[in-house]
Design a protein around this ligand. Structure first.
Ligand code: C2E
Ligand code: CA
Ligand code: CA
Ligand code: CA
Length: 279
């Protein structure tokens, strides 16, 4: 985005310039982040509201840079998408998460589902279904333990195309969930036809459910919609007991949020699961 100068020239404001310099630096650094082992996958528990069992985890990418420090995925994922780096990074996240799951299964942790975020480019890449099934085969994790998260915006951007890919993945036994549900514009007729296992209620609706009656109405509408379409619901960003109580009363299936745990490195996640088992 440029601004039109008085004499017709386009120029960048100093602030825009600083931002694009940082973006270019980050893009360059991101190219080497994998080989330099600066990327890590963290795991945030997903918990059943019925009995408090840990059903699985969402895999969330972390980038620790020696100079820039911890760079937020909200900043570097868009850079990875615009530069095409997301394909190799996304494949690495999938492989890392599935290999970790295999380690946990072999170590006797209860069976869990690991959810991995997919960007639009990965989802629409022609060989995604083959890539995923080959990887699961190689690592020897059954397909039912992988869940792929796709944002509502990406799914609804080209619903016919999305449906074909989802059908393919579904046929291979892989679960799909719709992320950030409620922030985009869902066509209900498509939603009905999508082979989707779970709707993830966006944290912007969960944040104020205790105080805000409109957010409460939206959340309970999403839960009944999902239940009438035969889909599960998970609420994101649950931080307080008050939020949890409302979600439980509404019949939400699962929650994810700081109330239970922040995203954790693999070893800490494992201890978290073992401690929960002992209680
Ligand atoms: P998301 O998929 O919606 O992930 C949920 C975000 O909410 C995560 O932020 C998580 O750390 C944060 N969160 C979880 N519980 C709470 C809570 O109780 N309160 C609050 N305030 N926040 C909570 P994070 O890890 O910074 O990731 C941001 C976004 O970056 C993700 O949003 C996702 O869109 C993207 N992302 C992260 N990892 C990947 C990845 O491996 N691939 C792709 N394509 N995108 C990723
Ligand atoms: Ca997600
Ligand atoms: Ca989300
Ligand atoms: Ca989000």
């Amino acid at each position: 985005a440029k601004q039109e100068g008085r004499n017709g020239y386009s120029f960048y404001t100093p602030e825009m310039q600083a931002r694009s310099v940082r973006n270019l630096q980050l893009e360059n650094e991101l190219r080497r982040a994998l080989e330099r082992k600066q990327l890590q996958v963290y795991y945030q528990p997903q918990v059943a509201l019925e009995d408090g069992r840990i059903l699985g985890a969402e895999a969330l990418l972390r980038w620790q840079h020696p100079e820039f420090g911890a760079v937020s995925p909200a900043e570097f994922i868009p850079i990875a998408e615009n530069s095409g780096l997301i394909l190799s990074i996304g494949e690495w996240v999938l492989r890392t998460a599935m290999s970790q799951l295999k380690i946990w299964m072999d170590a006797g942790l209860p069976p869990m589902v690991v959810a991995v975020n997919l960007s639009a480019i990965q989802f629409r890449h022609h060989n995604l279904p083959d890539l995923v099934t080959q990887m699961l085969d190689e690592i020897q994790v059954p397909a039912q333990y992988l869940e792929l998260e796709l944002t509502e915006g990406v799914a609804m951007d080209d619903p016919e195309g999305a449906m074909a890919i989802m059908n393919d993945l579904h046929g291979r036994g892989i679960r799909m969930s719709i992320d950030d549900f409620g922030t985009g514009y869902s066509s209900l007729s498509y939603l009905k036809r999508f082979k989707v296992y779970k709707l993830k209620i966006d944290q912007s609706f969960v944040r104020n459910i205790v105080e805000d009656s409109e957010d409460r109405a939206i959340v309970s509408a999403i839960i009944s919609l999902a239940s009438s379409l035969g889909m599960q619901t998970i609420a994101e960003g649950v931080e307080t007991g008050g939020q949890l109580a409302f979600l439980q009363e509404q019949g939400c299936d699962e929650i994810q949020g700081y109330y239970f745990s922040k995203p954790l490195p693999a070893e800490q996640f494992e201890s978290f699961v073992r401690e929960a088992q002992d209680n």
